[in-house]
Design a protein around this ligand. Structure first.
Ligand SMILES: Cc1cc2nc3c(=O)[nH]c(=O)nc-3n(C[C@H](O)[C@H](O)[C@H](O)COP(=O)(O)OP(=O)(O)OC[C@H]3O[C@@H](n4cnc5c(N)ncnc54)[C@H](O)[C@@H]3O)c2cc1C
Length: 619
């Protein structure tokens, strides 16, 4: 262990993850905390890290309040409808009322925004989306963070949160290791803002073997945003609410601009509008939710999945009409350039020119996210002026662990934030973290060397497992004494795929399958004590896997708890196929006891704040 040098850093605000939410948090922390010491720690390099690494073609959350285009209330209604009623409206409203100011800063910082030539306003792709030339989106926001932080640490993976030993349930910082030098890093901090993105690769992906890694969601997002707080005993919410995306087949290229701007549409292999065919069947399952406008994303997936099971596939996007217009054809192609250039390469390799051939669509494997069209994540306090008592405990975006904040994919209950909303939520969390410090809530935190040393031993254990176990290799990479990170990952993905509602079962699961899944996950986690890493890169893979496994366990516990099918098209509980508003019009909240490892589940009321307020005003 002495081989790995330990570095200590004391700071006021530690931001874990320098993606959209993390850069927003780092920037805003400096605004409110001029004299505070602010550190941002990133697993990759913040210039090109996180889900926005490749760039984006649209900012998906912009109200346009300066032009009266939308109000925060409208966005709350939109997100609530899309999530079949299940959102934290206080969090959604709070994000929506601030998001425009974030986008205006991006504009000032030089992000090329497309403009409507007639009105001079930002060019709309849809009601909420505005179009950008966004290849450099991430370097631009990274620059703001770099100018704000005392120090940015790249290439350090945070593996554990440190806890205060003087006061129970208060955070004390975090530890991790540098993937290039192998050094151990201890960050003792008064507050920690976790902004470590969502989770891909917990379910078996469609692309396996040579194509492994080609997932819709960023393959490097490994669920640290969930595993770090879960391990520290923080409460989580809506972890069953995984997301399945309908995207272009094999390349997972974005479809938003196609549907919204190019006005393309989908059809089955016979050229029929299959969505209509499934209306009555869907109504049986979810009642009047199918009549809502716009149709909730999961229900559109449902029609796609049912049509495919019934033999109506492949499903195509009709591009051949829109692509006859040279302007729309250009937009269609450019859409990939700033974001998913790989889709154009896939089409070229498959001889698809969308002007003449309608490309195929697919539904992805499930992912866990808190910022897109789902809202899995940590259970956080809302803002003082909006939140009912059950949703408020002192500081905006603070988890149920004191001094621990979250933003972006980390935070549960607030869907449809996307890139701009995640950055905004980072800003909100940072402002609250500064206030927490100013209120003297972070005094006399005690983190002993022993706590750090114990973590250090744990962190490097996979290297030791390998060093010892490699002497017993029987052939190739097979050793009776350890498993490699890739072996563990494949095993995790199969458990989730086959028992928890992945592609193998057309997203179907039930109580018995989940029970078995939980058993297998528990044994997997036991075996992960024996994971072996031959170098620092593999050590990162080992810790990514451990974080994925813990996240998966939480997802499975939540899926087991909610005895209904709330989001057909995201997953199905075969033993409770219908949406059940009488019993399940509520949020699910879990807490894993760090001492026993057991999860405790509860139902928490979902408050429809926006329309309640309006009703009160009217009466
Ligand atoms: C394919 C795709 C397309 C999208 N398209 C759009 C779009 O068109 N428009 C739009 O507005 N939004 C879009 N989004 C949504 C947007 O990208 C996310 O909402 C946003 O990036 C979430 O921000 P975040 O900070 O929570 O996560 P991220 O931006 O992913 O950042 C998480 C960061 O944490 C780091 N990290 C992870 N674990 C650790 C650890 N243990 N230690 C240290 N660092 C760690 C990661 O490396 C990463 O930099 C898209 C997302 C995806 C995946």
């Amino acid at each position: 262990m002495a081989k790995h040098k330990t570095h200590y850093e004391d700071c006021d605000i530690l931001v874990v993850g320098g993606g959209m939410a993390g850069t927003g948090a780092t920037f805003e922390a400096r605004h409110w905390g001029r004299d505070l010491k602010i550190i941002c720690v990133e697993k990759a390099n913040i210039d090109r890290s996180g889900a926005v690494a490749q760039g984006l073609y649209a900012i998906n959350c912009y109200m346009g309040m300066q032009w009266g285009e939308n109000q925060p209330e409208d966005h709350v209604r939109y997100a609530r409808n899309d999530l079949m009623g299940m959102v934290r409206e206080d969090l959604g409203y709070d994000m929506a009322r601030h998001v425009d100011s974030t986008v205006h800063m991006f504009d000032e910082w030089g992000l090329p925004m497309m403009k409507n030539e007639e009105t001079g306003r930002y060019l709309r792709e849809g009601k909420w989306q505005i179009m950008i030339h966004g290849e450099s989106y991430k370097p631009i926001v990274a620059e703001a963070a770099k100018k704000s932080a005392d120090k940015i640490y790249n290439r350090i993976m945070i593996t554990h949160l440190l806890m205060d030993e003087a006061q129970e349930n208060r955070v004390g910082g975090a530890v991790g290791f540098n993937m290039r030098t192998g050094d151990f890093h201890v960050f003792r901090a008064k507050t920690v803002i976790v902004a470590a993105g969502g989770a891909s690769h917990i379910f078996k992906p469609r692309a396996v073997g040579e194509g492994m890694g080609r997932t819709w969601y960023a393959p490097w997002s490994n669920g640290s945003a969930y595993a770090l707080p879960i391990a520290a005993g923080a409460k989580m919410t809506q972890m069953e609410n995984r997301i399945v995306l309908c995207r272009f087949k094999d390349g997972y290229g974005p479809v938003g601009a196609y549907f919204l701007h190019l006005k393309t549409y989908t059809q089955n292999a016979n050229g029929e509008n299959y969505e209509k065919k499934w209306y009555d069947q869907t109504k049986e399952l979810v009642g009047e939710y199918i009549d809502h406008h716009p149709t909730p994303t999961c229900l559109r997936n449902h029609a796609f999945i049912q049509e495919t099971i019934a033999g109506g596939g492949p499903i195509h996007m009709v591009t051949t009409e829109a692509f006859q217009d040279p302007h729309l054809e250009t937009v269609g192609w450019e859409n990939f350039l700033g974001m998913t250039v790989g889709q154009a390469v896939v089409w070229a390799s498959q001889n698809i020119d969308p002007k003449y051939t309608n490309p195929e669509l697919t539904t992805s494997e499930p992912y866990v996210m808190g910022s897109h069209a789902t809202c899995s994540g940590a259970w956080v306090s809302g803002p003082e002026d909006l939140s009912p008592p059950e949703y408020f405990w002192g500081y905006n975006r603070m988890l149920t662990v004191e001094g621990l904040f979250g933003a972006g994919d980390t935070v549960g209950g607030s869907a449809h934030k996307f890139s701009s909303g995640s950055f905004t939520e980072g800003r909100l969390a940072a402002k609250a973290a500064v206030k927490y410090i100013e209120d003297q809530k972070a005094e006399d935190i005690k983190v002993t060397d022993k706590q750090c040393e114990d973590f250090k031993e744990k962190v490097y254990k996979p290297l030791e497992n390998y060093t010892v176990g490699s002497n017993e290799i029987t052939g190739g990479t097979v050793s009776p004494s350890y498993i490699s990170p890739i072996q563990g990952l494949l095993r995790l993905q199969r458990i989730m795929d086959e028992y928890v509602g992945g592609i193998a079962t057309n997203y179907m699961t039930n109580g018995n399958m989940l029970k078995r899944g939980l058993e297998l996950l528990e044994w997997l986690q036991e075996d992960l004590e024996k994971v072996g890493a031959e170098d620092y890169h593999q050590l990162m893979r080992a810790w990514e896997l451990k974080h994925r496994a813990l996240t998966s366990q939480c997802v499975t516990e939540h899926t087991m708890f909610r005895e209904e099918t709330r989001w057909p098209g995201y997953y199905y509980r075969g033993d409770h196929m219908k949406l059940d508003d009488d019993n399940w019009h509520c949020l699910t909240v879990s807490r894993r006891d760090p001492k026993t490892g057991k999860f405790n589940m509860e139902k928490v009321p979902v408050y429809h704040i926006v329309d309640d307020k309006e009703k009160k005003k009217a009466s």
